[in-house]
Design a protein around this ligand. Structure first.
Ligand SMILES: Nc1ncnc2c1ncn2[C@@H]1O[C@H](COP(=O)(O)OP(=O)(O)OP(=O)(O)O)[C@@H](O)[C@H]1O
Ligand SMILES: O=P(O)(O)OC[C@H]1O[C@H](OP(=O)(O)OP(=O)(O)O)[C@H](O)[C@@H]1O
Length: 241
């Protein structure tokens, strides 16, 4: 059987079920709301219910053949993510931007270049580096390195990240936003250079899972079953290549 990892709760679970359902693959959670057992109507597929945050590691380890999770989580969790997983289909939901944001009253800081200058000034004045709170360590480091910003330190924040500025544990934040409400409510503004990453829920294939003959056959059957209903251009391209 092909093991397909899907989010077991949270904002991605229902939409994942809907996405497969719309493509002729009925799936859902079995048993009670608290039971993490998945049911799927396909002879080649076994559902594995996992937290969205754990799916990248399970894919990289090859313990699941396929997995649905946010593209942000795959990129941040897996060094060299592209070598470990292949994108089969962006799924068109779970859209959120990973952005850098600073206090709204920093009137001189709107771009990364401004942040770079502010960070240098901050260090001179305070004797320590400007703190950026985030849980997206890899993506933020790579982005700032690529843009030549070095005078900062990351502070780990696993939730309520926008509150760290008010709580004076950080001067800036890097977090996911969709409506922008949380940033606004916490008097933060997004740097104008564009998002670090525009994330969406994505169907991935684990390159390191066991892909023997029968597994490959199962995958092509599954993709062609899904593909018959597919609107995703990328999936259609994969199917025809
Ligand atoms: N406000 C938001 N709007 C839309 N998508 C979001 C938002 N915040 C996070 N996401 C996306 O949802 C995914 C994470 O989903 P969710 O928040 O349900 O999981 P989680 O809480 O990290 O998982 P778990 O608690 O099960 O480990 C990420 O890919 C992220 O980009
Ligand atoms: O732009 P908005 O629509 O306001 O959404 C953004 C918020 O949503 C996410 O938090 P989540 O709800 O996952 O809670 P968390 O703080 O525990 O991560 C994210 O971390 C932001 O805090």
């Amino acid at each position: 059987m092909l093991k397909l990892g899907v989010p077991s709760k949270g904002r991605l679970m229902e939409k994942t079920f809907d996405w497969f359902g719309e493509r002729g693959l009925a799936m859902g959670r079995g048993g009670s709301e608290r039971e993490y057992a998945g049911l799927v109507e396909h002879d080649d597929v076994e559902l594995v219910m996992l937290s969205a945050g754990e799916i990248p590691r399970e894919l990289a380890a090859g313990r699941i053949h396929l997995g649905v999770t946010g593209s942000d989580l795959v990129r941040d969790t897996l060094a060299g993510w592209d070598d470990k997983v292949e994108v089969l289909a962006p799924m068109g939901f779970g859209h959120a931007d990973l952005v850098l944001a600073v206090p709204r009253f920093w009137v001189d800081v709107d771009t990364l270049e401004d942040l770079d200058a502010a960070a240098a000034a901050f260090r001179r004045r305070h004797g320590f580096r400007l703190r950026i709170a985030t849980k997206y360590h890899r993506l933020v480091r790579e982005y700032l390195r690529a843009h030549g910003v070095a005078d900062y330190q990351l502070v780990d924040s696993q939730g309520a990240t926008e509150g760290t500025v008010r709580n004076e544990t950080a001067e800036a934040i890097a977090d996911i936003t969709s409506t922008g409400e949380t940033l606004r409510a916490n008097h933060l503004k997004i740097l104008t250079d564009g998002p670090i990453h525009a994330s969406q829920a994505t169907l991935f294939r684990a390159r390191n899972a066991e892909w023997d003959g029968p597994s490959r056959d199962r995958l092509s059957r599954l993709l062609s079953d899904i593909g018959r209903h597919a609107r995703s251009e990328l999936l259609e391209t994969k199917l025809s290549s």
